[in-house]
Design a protein around this ligand. Structure first.
Ligand code: 164
Length: 356
Protein backbone atom coordinates (compact mmCIF):
# COMPACT_ATOMS: atom_id res chain seq x y z
CA UNK A 1 0.00 0.00 0.00
CA UNK A 2 1.50 3.35 -0.99
CA UNK A 3 2.16 5.79 1.88
CA UNK A 4 0.88 9.36 1.58
CA UNK A 5 4.44 10.58 2.18
CA UNK A 6 7.82 8.90 2.79
CA UNK A 7 8.37 7.82 6.41
CA UNK A 8 12.01 8.03 7.46
CA UNK A 9 13.37 6.54 10.66
CA UNK A 10 16.90 5.94 11.91
CA UNK A 11 16.90 2.59 10.09
CA UNK A 12 15.00 3.07 6.80
CA UNK A 13 12.86 5.23 4.56
CA UNK A 14 9.53 3.69 3.69
CA UNK A 15 7.40 4.81 0.76
CA UNK A 16 5.02 1.87 0.80
CA UNK A 17 3.85 -0.84 3.19
CA UNK A 18 4.23 -4.48 2.22
CA UNK A 19 1.57 -6.29 4.26
CA UNK A 20 0.66 -9.83 5.13
CA UNK A 21 -2.96 -10.40 6.12
CA UNK A 22 -4.32 -13.66 7.41
CA UNK A 23 -7.91 -14.71 6.90
CA UNK A 24 -8.89 -17.41 9.36
CA UNK A 25 -11.91 -19.45 8.30
CA UNK A 26 -13.53 -21.69 10.91
CA UNK A 27 -16.84 -23.58 10.86
CA UNK A 28 -18.44 -20.79 12.86
CA UNK A 29 -16.98 -17.56 11.47
CA UNK A 30 -14.12 -15.80 9.74
CA UNK A 31 -11.46 -13.66 11.35
CA UNK A 32 -8.66 -11.38 10.18
CA UNK A 33 -5.11 -11.17 11.40
CA UNK A 34 -2.57 -8.55 10.34
CA UNK A 35 1.13 -9.30 10.47
CA UNK A 36 3.13 -6.19 11.35
CA UNK A 37 6.48 -7.43 9.99
CA UNK A 38 8.09 -5.05 7.53
CA UNK A 39 9.39 -5.93 4.05
CA UNK A 40 12.99 -6.10 5.32
CA UNK A 41 14.36 -7.13 8.75
CA UNK A 42 15.40 -3.59 9.73
CA UNK A 43 13.09 -2.82 12.68
CA UNK A 44 13.49 -6.33 14.09
CA UNK A 45 14.64 -9.68 12.74
CA UNK A 46 11.24 -10.47 11.23
CA UNK A 47 10.18 -9.65 7.68
CA UNK A 48 7.06 -10.28 5.62
CA UNK A 49 8.25 -13.15 3.45
CA UNK A 50 9.86 -14.83 6.47
CA UNK A 51 6.60 -14.53 8.40
CA UNK A 52 4.64 -15.99 5.48
CA UNK A 53 7.10 -18.89 5.33
CA UNK A 54 6.88 -19.55 9.08
CA UNK A 55 3.08 -19.46 8.96
CA UNK A 56 2.85 -21.70 5.90
CA UNK A 57 5.39 -24.32 6.96
CA UNK A 58 5.17 -24.41 10.74
CA UNK A 59 2.62 -22.28 12.56
CA UNK A 60 -0.62 -22.95 10.67
CA UNK A 61 0.05 -26.72 10.35
CA UNK A 62 0.87 -26.96 14.08
CA UNK A 63 -2.29 -25.13 15.03
CA UNK A 64 -4.39 -27.25 12.71
CA UNK A 65 -2.85 -30.43 14.09
CA UNK A 66 -3.79 -29.37 17.61
CA UNK A 67 -7.48 -29.54 16.66
CA UNK A 68 -9.99 -26.79 17.35
CA UNK A 69 -8.04 -24.49 19.65
CA UNK A 70 -9.40 -21.45 21.52
CA UNK A 71 -7.53 -18.20 20.95
CA UNK A 72 -6.25 -18.36 24.52
CA UNK A 73 -4.35 -21.57 23.66
CA UNK A 74 -2.82 -20.46 20.36
CA UNK A 75 0.35 -19.08 21.95
CA UNK A 76 1.07 -22.27 23.89
CA UNK A 77 0.52 -24.44 20.79
CA UNK A 78 2.98 -22.25 18.85
CA UNK A 79 5.47 -21.91 21.72
CA UNK A 80 7.82 -24.72 20.55
CA UNK A 81 8.72 -22.54 17.56
CA UNK A 82 11.26 -19.94 18.64
CA UNK A 83 10.75 -16.29 17.77
CA UNK A 84 8.46 -15.32 14.87
CA UNK A 85 6.31 -13.30 17.26
CA UNK A 86 4.82 -11.11 14.54
CA UNK A 87 3.73 -14.17 12.56
CA UNK A 88 2.32 -15.80 15.71
CA UNK A 89 0.52 -12.58 16.65
CA UNK A 90 -1.18 -12.44 13.25
CA UNK A 91 -2.40 -16.02 13.61
CA UNK A 92 -3.66 -15.50 17.16
CA UNK A 93 -5.37 -12.27 16.09
CA UNK A 94 -7.20 -14.05 13.27
CA UNK A 95 -8.34 -16.90 15.53
CA UNK A 96 -9.40 -14.45 18.24
CA UNK A 97 -11.33 -12.33 15.74
CA UNK A 98 -13.15 -15.40 14.33
CA UNK A 99 -13.96 -16.63 17.84
CA UNK A 100 -15.29 -13.27 19.02
CA UNK A 101 -17.31 -12.73 15.83
CA UNK A 102 -18.91 -16.15 16.28
CA UNK A 103 -19.86 -15.19 19.84
CA UNK A 104 -20.88 -11.63 18.93
CA UNK A 105 -18.36 -10.11 21.38
CA UNK A 106 -16.18 -7.04 20.66
CA UNK A 107 -12.42 -7.33 21.09
CA UNK A 108 -12.34 -4.23 23.28
CA UNK A 109 -14.64 -5.85 25.85
CA UNK A 110 -12.70 -9.12 25.71
CA UNK A 111 -9.43 -7.28 26.43
CA UNK A 112 -10.91 -5.21 29.27
CA UNK A 113 -11.29 -1.79 27.67
CA UNK A 114 -12.73 0.96 29.87
CA UNK A 115 -12.93 3.83 27.35
CA UNK A 116 -15.04 4.32 24.23
CA UNK A 117 -12.46 6.52 22.50
CA UNK A 118 -8.70 6.97 22.78
CA UNK A 119 -6.48 10.06 22.51
CA UNK A 120 -4.14 9.91 19.54
CA UNK A 121 -0.53 10.79 18.99
CA UNK A 122 1.35 10.83 15.70
CA UNK A 123 4.81 9.64 14.75
CA UNK A 124 6.75 12.18 12.67
CA UNK A 125 9.61 10.92 10.52
CA UNK A 126 13.06 12.41 10.03
CA UNK A 127 12.92 15.22 7.46
CA UNK A 128 15.40 16.79 5.08
CA UNK A 129 15.41 20.02 7.07
CA UNK A 130 13.91 21.63 10.15
CA UNK A 131 11.55 23.81 8.07
CA UNK A 132 9.89 20.73 6.60
CA UNK A 133 9.62 19.22 10.08
CA UNK A 134 7.92 22.32 11.51
CA UNK A 135 5.45 22.32 8.61
CA UNK A 136 4.64 18.65 9.23
CA UNK A 137 4.26 19.07 13.01
CA UNK A 138 2.13 22.19 12.51
CA UNK A 139 -0.16 20.26 10.16
CA UNK A 140 -0.59 17.39 12.62
CA UNK A 141 -1.34 19.74 15.51
CA UNK A 142 -3.94 21.46 13.35
CA UNK A 143 -5.52 18.08 12.61
CA UNK A 144 -5.90 17.67 16.37
CA UNK A 145 -3.22 15.16 17.35
CA UNK A 146 -2.68 15.44 21.09
CA UNK A 147 0.93 14.23 21.16
CA UNK A 148 3.88 14.44 18.79
CA UNK A 149 6.62 11.80 18.53
CA UNK A 150 9.74 12.85 16.64
CA UNK A 151 11.98 10.24 15.10
CA UNK A 152 15.60 10.97 15.96
CA UNK A 153 19.07 9.72 15.05
CA UNK A 154 22.60 11.04 15.63
CA UNK A 155 22.72 14.39 13.80
CA UNK A 156 18.93 14.85 13.99
CA UNK A 157 18.00 15.11 17.66
CA UNK A 158 18.60 18.19 19.83
CA UNK A 159 18.09 20.79 17.09
CA UNK A 160 14.76 19.48 15.75
CA UNK A 161 13.46 19.10 19.31
CA UNK A 162 14.55 22.64 20.16
CA UNK A 163 12.92 23.98 16.98
CA UNK A 164 9.61 22.24 17.71
CA UNK A 165 9.60 23.53 21.29
CA UNK A 166 10.42 27.06 20.16
CA UNK A 167 7.74 27.10 17.47
CA UNK A 168 4.91 25.26 19.23
CA UNK A 169 5.65 25.90 22.90
CA UNK A 170 6.04 23.88 26.06
CA UNK A 171 2.45 22.68 26.27
CA UNK A 172 2.75 20.29 23.34
CA UNK A 173 3.13 16.69 24.54
CA UNK A 174 6.42 15.76 22.88
CA UNK A 175 8.54 12.62 22.84
CA UNK A 176 11.34 11.17 20.71
CA UNK A 177 12.10 7.74 19.27
CA UNK A 178 15.61 6.60 18.33
CA UNK A 179 14.92 3.01 17.20
CA UNK A 180 18.22 1.83 18.77
CA UNK A 181 20.40 4.44 17.01
CA UNK A 182 22.64 5.36 19.99
CA UNK A 183 25.01 3.67 22.43
CA UNK A 184 25.64 4.30 26.09
CA UNK A 185 28.66 6.38 25.03
CA UNK A 186 26.08 8.93 23.79
CA UNK A 187 24.61 9.41 27.28
CA UNK A 188 26.03 12.90 27.69
CA UNK A 189 24.67 13.92 24.30
CA UNK A 190 21.23 12.44 25.05
CA UNK A 191 21.21 14.41 28.33
CA UNK A 192 21.06 17.53 26.14
CA UNK A 193 17.43 16.58 25.48
CA UNK A 194 16.62 16.90 29.20
CA UNK A 195 15.82 20.64 29.24
CA UNK A 196 13.02 20.14 26.69
CA UNK A 197 10.62 18.41 29.09
CA UNK A 198 10.01 15.42 26.84
CA UNK A 199 7.52 12.75 27.87
CA UNK A 200 10.14 10.13 27.10
CA UNK A 201 12.98 8.98 24.90
CA UNK A 202 12.07 5.71 23.22
CA UNK A 203 14.50 2.87 22.62
CA UNK A 204 17.71 4.89 22.50
CA UNK A 205 20.04 1.86 22.70
CA UNK A 206 20.18 -1.58 21.04
CA UNK A 207 17.33 -3.91 21.91
CA UNK A 208 19.44 -6.42 23.83
CA UNK A 209 21.06 -3.76 26.01
CA UNK A 210 18.82 -3.69 29.08
CA UNK A 211 21.75 -2.90 31.39
CA UNK A 212 22.76 -0.04 29.12
CA UNK A 213 19.25 1.38 29.31
CA UNK A 214 19.32 1.04 33.11
CA UNK A 215 22.62 2.96 33.21
CA UNK A 216 21.29 5.58 30.81
CA UNK A 217 18.13 6.02 32.89
CA UNK A 218 20.39 7.06 35.79
CA UNK A 219 22.34 9.54 33.63
CA UNK A 220 19.47 11.48 32.06
CA UNK A 221 16.27 12.96 33.48
CA UNK A 222 14.09 12.28 30.41
CA UNK A 223 12.17 9.05 31.15
CA UNK A 224 13.40 6.05 29.17
CA UNK A 225 10.75 4.05 27.27
CA UNK A 226 11.39 0.67 25.69
CA UNK A 227 9.93 -0.63 22.44
CA UNK A 228 12.11 -3.14 20.56
CA UNK A 229 13.55 -4.56 23.84
CA UNK A 230 10.14 -5.65 25.13
CA UNK A 231 9.28 -8.91 23.42
CA UNK A 232 7.17 -10.56 26.15
CA UNK A 233 5.79 -10.08 29.64
CA UNK A 234 8.98 -11.77 30.86
CA UNK A 235 11.30 -9.26 29.21
CA UNK A 236 9.05 -6.45 30.43
CA UNK A 237 9.37 -7.76 33.99
CA UNK A 238 13.16 -7.97 33.63
CA UNK A 239 13.38 -4.44 32.21
CA UNK A 240 11.27 -3.01 35.01
CA UNK A 241 13.23 -4.89 37.67
CA UNK A 242 16.55 -3.65 36.25
CA UNK A 243 15.32 -0.07 36.08
CA UNK A 244 15.84 -0.11 32.29
CA UNK A 245 12.60 1.76 31.57
CA UNK A 246 10.10 4.06 33.23
CA UNK A 247 7.55 3.70 30.41
CA UNK A 248 6.66 0.82 28.07
CA UNK A 249 5.48 0.98 24.46
CA UNK A 250 3.22 -2.03 23.87
CA UNK A 251 3.02 -3.27 20.29
CA UNK A 252 0.98 -6.47 20.09
CA UNK A 253 2.78 -7.77 17.01
CA UNK A 254 6.19 -7.34 18.61
CA UNK A 255 5.20 -9.37 21.69
CA UNK A 256 3.38 -12.24 19.98
CA UNK A 257 -0.21 -11.04 20.16
CA UNK A 258 -2.96 -9.08 21.86
CA UNK A 259 -3.23 -11.53 24.77
CA UNK A 260 0.46 -11.18 25.65
CA UNK A 261 0.07 -7.43 25.15
CA UNK A 262 -2.66 -7.46 27.78
CA UNK A 263 -0.38 -9.42 30.14
CA UNK A 264 2.29 -6.74 29.72
CA UNK A 265 -0.33 -4.08 30.39
CA UNK A 266 -1.38 -5.85 33.60
CA UNK A 267 2.24 -6.27 34.71
CA UNK A 268 3.02 -2.61 34.08
CA UNK A 269 -0.11 -1.49 35.94
CA UNK A 270 0.93 -3.66 38.89
CA UNK A 271 4.35 -1.94 38.91
CA UNK A 272 3.02 1.58 38.36
CA UNK A 273 4.66 1.81 34.93
CA UNK A 274 2.63 3.80 32.37
CA UNK A 275 2.14 2.25 28.95
CA UNK A 276 1.06 3.44 25.52
CA UNK A 277 0.14 1.64 22.33
CA UNK A 278 2.70 1.69 19.55
CA UNK A 279 1.90 1.29 15.90
CA UNK A 280 3.39 -0.44 12.86
CA UNK A 281 1.64 1.47 10.06
CA UNK A 282 -1.31 -0.89 10.35
CA UNK A 283 -4.27 -1.00 8.01
CA UNK A 284 -7.71 -0.45 9.51
CA UNK A 285 -7.68 -4.07 10.71
CA UNK A 286 -4.66 -3.76 12.97
CA UNK A 287 -5.61 -0.18 13.81
CA UNK A 288 -9.02 -1.36 15.09
CA UNK A 289 -7.36 -3.89 17.38
CA UNK A 290 -4.77 -1.36 18.59
CA UNK A 291 -7.48 1.15 19.44
CA UNK A 292 -9.32 -1.55 21.43
CA UNK A 293 -6.13 -2.33 23.35
CA UNK A 294 -5.34 1.35 23.93
CA UNK A 295 -8.70 1.66 25.69
CA UNK A 296 -7.46 -0.45 28.64
CA UNK A 297 -7.00 1.49 31.88
CA UNK A 298 -3.18 1.35 32.06
CA UNK A 299 -2.77 3.10 28.69
CA UNK A 300 -2.43 6.48 30.33
CA UNK A 301 -0.31 8.05 27.59
CA UNK A 302 -1.51 8.79 24.02
CA UNK A 303 -0.35 6.13 21.56
CA UNK A 304 0.69 6.01 17.92
CA UNK A 305 -2.93 5.19 17.12
CA UNK A 306 -3.20 7.83 14.43
CA UNK A 307 -5.93 8.10 11.81
CA UNK A 308 -5.79 5.96 8.66
CA UNK A 309 -5.04 9.12 6.66
CA UNK A 310 -1.70 9.53 8.46
CA UNK A 311 -0.34 6.80 6.19
CA UNK A 312 -2.94 5.81 3.61
CA UNK A 313 -5.01 7.78 1.14
CA UNK A 314 -7.18 4.66 0.86
CA UNK A 315 -7.40 2.11 3.65
CA UNK A 316 -8.68 -1.42 3.17
CA UNK A 317 -11.37 -0.86 5.82
CA UNK A 318 -13.62 2.12 6.40
CA UNK A 319 -11.00 4.69 7.44
CA UNK A 320 -10.37 5.68 11.04
CA UNK A 321 -10.93 9.43 11.22
CA UNK A 322 -9.68 11.70 14.00
CA UNK A 323 -12.40 13.41 16.03
CA UNK A 324 -11.19 16.02 18.49
CA UNK A 325 -7.81 14.25 18.68
CA UNK A 326 -9.42 10.88 19.41
CA UNK A 327 -10.37 7.68 17.60
CA UNK A 328 -13.51 5.74 18.51
CA UNK A 329 -13.14 2.23 19.90
CA UNK A 330 -14.99 -0.14 17.53
CA UNK A 331 -18.06 -1.69 19.10
CA UNK A 332 -18.94 -4.49 16.64
CA UNK A 333 -18.09 -8.17 17.17
CA UNK A 334 -14.40 -9.11 16.99
CA UNK A 335 -12.29 -6.35 15.48
CA UNK A 336 -15.50 -4.51 14.65
CA UNK A 337 -14.24 -3.68 11.15
CA UNK A 338 -13.91 -5.66 7.94
CA UNK A 339 -11.93 -5.28 4.75
CA UNK A 340 -13.80 -3.57 1.93
CA UNK A 341 -13.67 -6.14 -0.87
CA UNK A 342 -12.87 -3.62 -3.59
CA UNK A 343 -10.15 -1.82 -1.63
CA UNK A 344 -8.58 -5.10 -0.59
CA UNK A 345 -8.60 -6.42 -4.15
CA UNK A 346 -6.98 -3.22 -5.41
CA UNK A 347 -3.86 -3.73 -3.27
CA UNK A 348 -3.65 -7.52 -3.20
CA UNK A 349 -0.53 -8.81 -4.95
CA UNK A 350 -0.77 -12.49 -3.99
CA UNK A 351 -3.17 -14.84 -2.22
CA UNK A 352 -2.51 -18.29 -0.89
CA UNK A 353 -4.86 -20.79 0.76
CA UNK A 354 -3.41 -23.09 3.37
CA UNK A 355 -5.91 -25.92 3.57
CA UNK A 356 -5.72 -27.90 6.79
O1 164 B 1 2.04 5.33 13.48
C1 164 B 1 2.55 4.23 13.62
O2 164 B 1 2.03 3.18 13.22
C2 164 B 1 3.90 4.18 14.28
C3 164 B 1 4.97 4.45 13.31
C4 164 B 1 6.33 4.26 13.92
O3 164 B 1 6.79 5.18 14.58
C5 164 B 1 7.02 3.04 13.69
C6 164 B 1 6.51 2.02 12.97
C7 164 B 1 7.29 0.91 12.62
C8 164 B 1 8.61 0.86 12.97
C9 164 B 1 9.26 2.04 13.46
O4 164 B 1 9.68 2.80 12.38
C10 164 B 1 8.36 2.94 14.28
C11 164 B 1 8.39 2.63 15.74
O5 164 B 1 9.45 2.24 16.21
O6 164 B 1 7.40 2.79 16.44
Amino acid sequence: MPLVSPFRTSFATQTSRDLLLLRVVTDAAEGWGECVAMAAPLYSEEYVDGAADALRRFLVPALAAAGPVPATSVASVLAPFHGHRMAKAALEMGVLDAELRAEGRPLSRELGAVHDRVPCGVSVGIMDDVGALLDAVGGYLEEGYVRIKLKIEPGWDVEPVRAVRERFGDDVLLQVDANTAYTLADARHLARLDPFDLLLVEQPLPEDDLHGHADLARLITTPVCLDESITSARTAAAAIRLGACQVVNIKPGRVGGYLEARRIHDLCVAHGVPVWCGGMLETGLGRAANVALAALPGFTMPGDTSASGRYYARDITAPFVLDDGHLPVPTGPGLGVEPLAEELAAVTTATEWIAV
